[in-house]
Design a binder for this molecule. Sequence first.
Ligand SMILES: Nc1nc2c(ncn2[C@@H]2O[C@H](COP(=O)(O)OP(=O)(O)OP(=O)(O)O)[C@@H](O)[C@H]2O)c(=O)[nH]1
Ligand SMILES: [Mg+2]
Length: 469
Amino acid sequence: MDSEYHLDDLIQALATPRGRSAIAVMRVSGPGCIEAIARVFSRPDVLKKSEGYRVHHGWILDENGGRVDEVLVTVFRVPSSYTGQESAEISCHGGPAVVDRLMELLRTIGFRDAAPGEFTFRAFSLGKMDLTRAEAVREIIDARTDRARALAVSRLAGSVKSVIDEVKDAVKHQAAVASLALDYPEDEAEPVPFDSELIRVSRDSLMNLIQTWRTGRLYRDGLKVTFAGPANAGKSSLFNLFLREERSIVTERPGTTRDWVEAWVSLDGIPLQLIDTAGLRRETDDPIEVEGIRRTRELLAGSDLVVAVADGTEGPAAAVALEREEMTVLSEGAGIAEDPSQTGDRLIRVWNKSDISPEAPEGWIPVSALTGTGFSELEEEIRSRALGGGAAPEADAPVIDSARQKDLLERAVSALDRFSDGVGLGENAPVDLLAEDLHEALDALGELTGTVTRTDVLNTLFSEFCVGK
Ligand SMILES: Nc1nc2c(ncn2[C@@H]2O[C@H](COP(=O)(O)OP(=O)(O)OP(=O)(O)O)[C@@H](O)[C@H]2O)c(=O)[nH]1
Ligand SMILES: [Mg+2]
């Protein structure tokens, strides 16, 4: 890692958000940090002699003995701390002036400000956690919904690591078989006794993990869902229904929504970023509306799902027109029409105002934003598109959401595939190459959990953390 990450430095960071609050927590870590804090604490001996997991009340004093703040200092001793090092947490009053003064004081006695993720980096470096768990810490902090949190917690508890460890054991075993055969090539006519079934099972469990990536990302980043359609179709009414509040303005006048409106909701734990857009009236020459429509096009290009809302009262022709004209115009403008199959996947057709409309045409979901009829069917459609038709994962299932992890799993799987192909050649199998394949798989898995590390990987990974974690 770069020079910022010396493990022996005394580091400090505010662990709670900046701003006014009842309490703020300053975190410090590094060999000798308790001694250092004792120099500015009103009861230095108590701190110096303290065991771990003890909380001490006192005052932080400045260079001249003046009181800075009344605090509680929690002491952590090696190895029972988050970082694995001697550490402390100072709980002070949560005002920005207090925090600034305290941090400044700590700088004068040898602490430097921690880099993002540096506490977790230390925990990783000192063997307190592997990389999948370190990543889970960030994912827990970033989780937007309870389900996302639960999945990250399961990774923190080691669900991914235990799958990987099992595979590693199997691969190591086969690697040992290979090196034995290479060291003692006694009977060249006999095929080396590899357990290809074991490798196949291992490969499958890695594949299963890879397949969870899409779901993992879904729960982490959520989906962008844009409501689009002709003016007055009821886009804003539908948007408000999802939010269960009157966020977007609804009137009987076409062209009510001029700019887009955005809000996050949770659909069974899937974070949805909903976007209400300006209605599509192509004949308009109102410059505000024209600009609104231009923005809608841009939004559609970046959406995961587009809910096309038709005004059912206009009859079946409205649906045809919407699909033939407005949506085409939009998707062309947004550059998403090149692959119609993809556009089709992303489009959900809603037949709004079903309370006062003729029956919905084939392929359209009848909904009434006014009465709520059909709303749960629409939710179900969004959910099933989001999950790609699959079921939602169990809360404690091993699910990956990091592209880094996915890439490494794929590297391991292709190495195992090459191995299996080679073993298929029987006594002609090139044992030296097979051994290399196994080591390639082990390297990838080692990099995944962090037993084999590359500096650049660590740098990117930990820089995504917030300071203080
Ligand atoms: N009967 C009935 N009226 C509805 C329904 N949904 C919306 N409306 C009415 O249709 C009118 C337009 O609704 P909006 O939600 O503002 O429509 P919009 O698509 O956002 O319109 P613009 O922002 O102008 O593009 C309002 O008078 C709503 O009360 C519905 O399901 N049934
Ligand atoms: Mg509107």
